[in-house]
Design a protein around this ligand. Structure first.
Ligand SMILES: Nc1ncnc2c1ncn2[C@@H]1O[C@H](COP(=O)(O)OP(=O)(O)O)[C@@H](O)[C@H]1O
Ligand SMILES: [Mg+2]
Length: 262
């Protein structure tokens, strides 16, 4: 089977004070439909830039990105906007509208495309049920815990029935208990809705829990990729090995107590 998402020779640089730094140095990744594909690496490795290139929130300098039959990198602005509706995205800081209720936040992508009111209500109610927040429909984000805010973010990302969900450090601002609950929810969404998930994280624990495959990103280069269990049983790259060491220490120290309520 050919890959569902194919990234080939992706390069991206930024200009800072006249100097150009290459952040992505020729990235090749193949992701199958239904994968939960982890991209792990330390801070500054280029993870967010990579994930933002996938839906062209950042324009790549060169390289190709294909999702299904669509050459994302060949789309004009209008076609890109339409295709983007089927690519959900969630963020570390949730990016909710604080002045809107939970309902309005989730409905936002639907109102943008002028979905009829009744249809919108039905869809949002379903999503609220999926993420376990039906009782918070009229609450404002300010009154929610971090875990609940991310549930709203996830529901909003699913409003247009995406085939792909991009997750950029979605659990990195959460305590361990909320993190586990959100990871389980992502796994459920992958399983029940068949959404392919690309999960960016600097937390090995998170990737190990739900990703079937991972790629290690080190300074703008993929240094290894494969099945999660193979990579972390025997990492070949420097970052992979450091990650594993940190992970082992984390397992010894961490007691998984506390939690902010989810
Ligand atoms: N818009 C930008 N302009 C200039 N430099 C940027 C921009 N976005 C990211 N960078 C730089 O690219 C590098 C990688 O950043 P990022 O993709 O955010 O890494 P990560 O998500 O792995 O922490 C960093 O050195 C960062 O400073
Ligand atoms: Mg980042």
């Amino acid at each position: 089977m050919s890959a569902y998402i194919k990234i080939e020779g992706l390069r991206k640089s930024f200009k800072n004070k006249g100097e150009r730094t290459e952040v992505l140095k020729g990235i090749d990744i193949s992701i199958d439909k239904g994968d939960i594909f982890g991209i792990v690496g330390f801070s500054g490795a280029g993870k967010s830039t990579l994930v933002r290139c996938i839906n062209r929130l950042e324009e790549p300098d060169s390289g190709k990105i294909r999702i299904g039959d669509t050459e994302i990198t060949a789309l004009n602005k209008k076609a890109l906007n339409i295709r983007r509706r089927k690519i959900g995205m969630i963020f570390q800081q949730f990016n909710l509208f604080d002045s809107m209720t939970v309902f309005e936040n989730i409905a936002y992508p639907l109102t943008l495309i002028k979905t009829p009111k009744r249809e919108t209500e039905e869809k949002v109610d379903k999503l609220l049920e999926l993420v376990g927040l039906s009782d918070k429909k009229n609450a404002y984000p300010g009154s929610l815990s971090g875990g609940q805010k991310q549930r709203v973010g996830i529901a909003r990302a699913l409003a247009n029935d995406p085939d792909v969900l991009l997750s950029d450090e979605a659990t990195s601002a959460l305590d361990p208990v909320s993190t586990l609950a959100i990871l389980d929810l992502l796994e459920q969404i992958n399983d029940e809705l068949g959404v392919t998930i690309i999960m960016i994280t600097h937390e090995l624990e998170a990737a190990k829990r739900i990703c079937n495959k991972v790629a290690v990103l080190e300074n703008g280069v993929i240094t290894e990729s494969g099945r999660t269990r193979d990579i972390f049983l025997d990492p070949k790259s420097k970052t992979g090995r450091i990650f594993l060491e940190v992970y082992k220490e984390f397992r010894q120290d961490n007691t998984f107590t506390g939690g902010e309520g989810i």
